[in-house]
Design a protein around this ligand. Structure first.
Ligand code: ZN
Length: 273
């Protein structure tokens, strides 16, 4: 899809708290309002984690269902749920919400350091997650935190568990994982098979460089409180939508149109395309 930029908004994540970012959406109602606002601003996809009422991360299917239903009642934005979950969740907990039939889900392609913690993604877990997504006709975003993760995805492709077009999510500058630079990104890109797309996620201070690199390299953009809470040095973003609005402006300056949810459904072969 030349000349169209897909913007994903990761509304809340699992780690950011209200103490860090007072505008963080937490309840299903707040998530739905934030998703609607992000979609109106130009996001075609929302990446969804859910929380308990006290703000702690959960993979409770009932909470996911409520959030997805409320989001879908407000807009046609593409809903991508996490299966990375949060540090400490079991693989069974992480994959369960896929049965709700979101449009897309993240599929982590390898174990990764997360600061002092880690998220475990062995090949058997990856196979199990890919099979479940196929069973429920949910398209994966292949989240890669390292070059070896892109290479690991080739094993699933060879085994017939993934089908083109592939959508990769390169998550870079997670503390204690791979940093973001033109060199590391180009090595990641080199490992992608034919018929691949990628969204670039720069964590924390890598946020703006990632947007610029995505525009320059034919990739797509992700913004949102999961990845970054500061709009500028020392100034918290007012909302997820404020990040989307800036990404839209930057893309348009680069002569890119902004992809709609239906563009994404057609391009990635999502249900209902
Ligand atoms: Zn996430």
């Amino acid at each position: 899809m030349p000349n169209k930029m897909i913007i994903t908004c990761a509304l809340t994540g699992a780690e950011t708290t209200r103490e860090h970012q007072p505008a963080l959406p937490v309840t299903p109602e707040e998530l739905a309002a934030a998703a609607d606002e992000a979609c109106r601003a130009g996001a075609a996809i929302v990446h969804l984690h859910v929380r308990n009422d006290d703000g702690s991360p959960t993979a409770d299917v009932k909470v996911f269902k409520k959030a997805i239903d409320l989001i879908r009642a407000k807009s046609d934005v593409v809903v991508e749920i996490t299966t990375g979950g949060a540090v400490g969740m079991t693989p069974e907990e992480r994959i369960a919400p896929v049965a709700l039939g979101p449009d897309m889900a993240s599929l982590d392609c390898g174990t990764v350091n997360f600061g002092n913690d880690y998220i475990l993604n062995t090949l058997p877990i990856m196979r199990q997650f890919a099979s479940e997504m196929n069973r429920h006709k949910v398209r994966p975003t292949l989240e890669c935190f390292d070059v070896s993760h892109v290479q690991s995805s080739h094993i699933l492709i060879k085994e017939g568990l993934l089908k083109p077009p592939y959508h990769y999510g390169f998550v870079m500058q997670v503390p204690a994982a791979l940093s973001l630079s033109p060199k590391t990104l180009s090595y990641m890109m080199d490992q992608m098979p034919a018929e691949s797309h990628f969204t670039l996620m720069g964590i924390g201070r890598a946020h703006l460089p990632a947007i610029c690199l995505a525009i320059a390299s034919g990739g797509y953009i992700r913004v949102g409180f999961e990845d970054n809470i500061y709009y500028a040095k020392g100034r918290l973003a007012r909302s997820n939508a404020e990040f989307v609005e800036r990404a839209v402006r930057m893309s348009k300056e680069a002569q890119l149109e902004i992809a709609t949810p239906s563009d994404v459904r057609a391009l990635f072969g999502l249900r209902g395309a």
